[in-house]
Ligand binder design. Structure first.
Ligand SMILES: Nc1nc2c(ncn2[C@@H]2O[C@H](COP(=O)(O)OP(=O)(O)OP(=O)(O)O)[C@@H](O)[C@H]2O)c(=O)[nH]1
Ligand SMILES: [Mg+2]
Length: 254
């Protein structure tokens, strides 16, 4: 069983990708289920097989604890931890090859608070993989892309499980923009050149320092362009996950 977590900033396309990737797997007759971990999700584009809202609902937390939406997000993410054992039992009962997790909109709650790490560890860190979503609009500029690389690195440090980089909503980018971003993810030297070409500033100096740290961290790893709207990139994601866990071996179809 592989646990695949889609993590990314608010609105980066996690829920849509959960839906698109699950749909693709189903089409290929692979065995997968979806788990919604977002207690505040209003309308999921898919019907989750396991839903955190069966235990914790954001609007109920707001009412019960008399807190606003942001306080409720914090509380809810801690409350999730209390229900993990029960959730694990249900997930296990599906005995599925792939479990696709849609994580909460507020990425920092899942990444930085104890509950996210506790959840991944309890459900099995040694069978987990994180798909990190790079917001396509932010990724267009060198400094934006570097900021996202830093964010990705901090998620990687936090969870310490295999990691893949995804460029979601790639249909919103021109082919040139897409190629440029894909090249940056592989060739940090090109990214550095672009920053050197900018007018020198505090920001560009910082970007270069960060890049050098990212280089020694080994952050250059190719990014997989995907579009949930057009269903593209799903095979790339699947092949990369299989490569990491099974050396490229295909799943048996049912
Ligand atoms: N053009 C395009 N739009 C997309 C794609 N995927 C998602 N979107 C749109 O982007 C917006 C956010 O998508 P979601 O899937 O809800 O993103 P999310 O990361 O789950 O959002 P939160 O859970 O609120 O943080 C929605 O309006 C989607 O319709 C895509 O591949 N292409
Ligand atoms: Mg969502």
């Amino acid at each position: 069983m592989i646990n695949l977590y889609f993590i990314g900033s608010a609105g980066s396309g996690k829920s849509s990708l959960t839906n698109a990737f699950f749909g693709w797997m189903e089409n290929q007759r692979y065995d997968a289920i979806t788990v919604n971990l977002d207690p505040g999700i209003e309308k999921a584009p898919y019907v989750p097989d396991v839903d955190i809202r069966d235990w914790v609902k954001l609007d109920e937390v707001m009412e019960e604890y008399d807190v606003g939406p942001n306080g409720a997000q914090v509380l809810a993410s801690d409350l999730i931890a209390l229900n993990i054992d029960e959730m694990k039992e249900i997930i296990d009962s599906f005995d599925s090859d792939y479990v696709i997790f849609d994580t909460p909109g507020q990425m920092e709650l899942f990444v930085l608070r104890q509950s996210g790490k506790f959840l991944i560890d309890t459900l099995g860190a040694d069978q987990s993989i994180i798909g990190f979503l790079y917001d396509p609009v932010i990724s267009k500029t060198p400094s934006g892309f570097i900021s996202l690389m830093l964010q990705a690195a901090s998620v990687q440090v936090r969870f310490n499980v295999p990691f893949i980089n995804i460029l979601p909503k790639s249909d919103l980018l021109t082919e040139d923009e897409r190629n440029r971003i894909m090249n940056w993810s592989m060739n940090m030297a090109d990214l550095e050149d672009e920053i050197h070409n900018e007018a020198p500033s505090m920001q560009s100096q910082l970007s270069i320092e960060f890049l050098s740290a990212l280089k020694s961290f080994g952050a250059n790893q190719n990014i997989i362009p995907a579009s949930s709207t057009y269903g593209s990139g799903m095979e790339g994601i699947y092949n990369t996950v299989q490569q990491i866990y099974f050396g490229g071996e295909d799943l048996r179809r049912d």
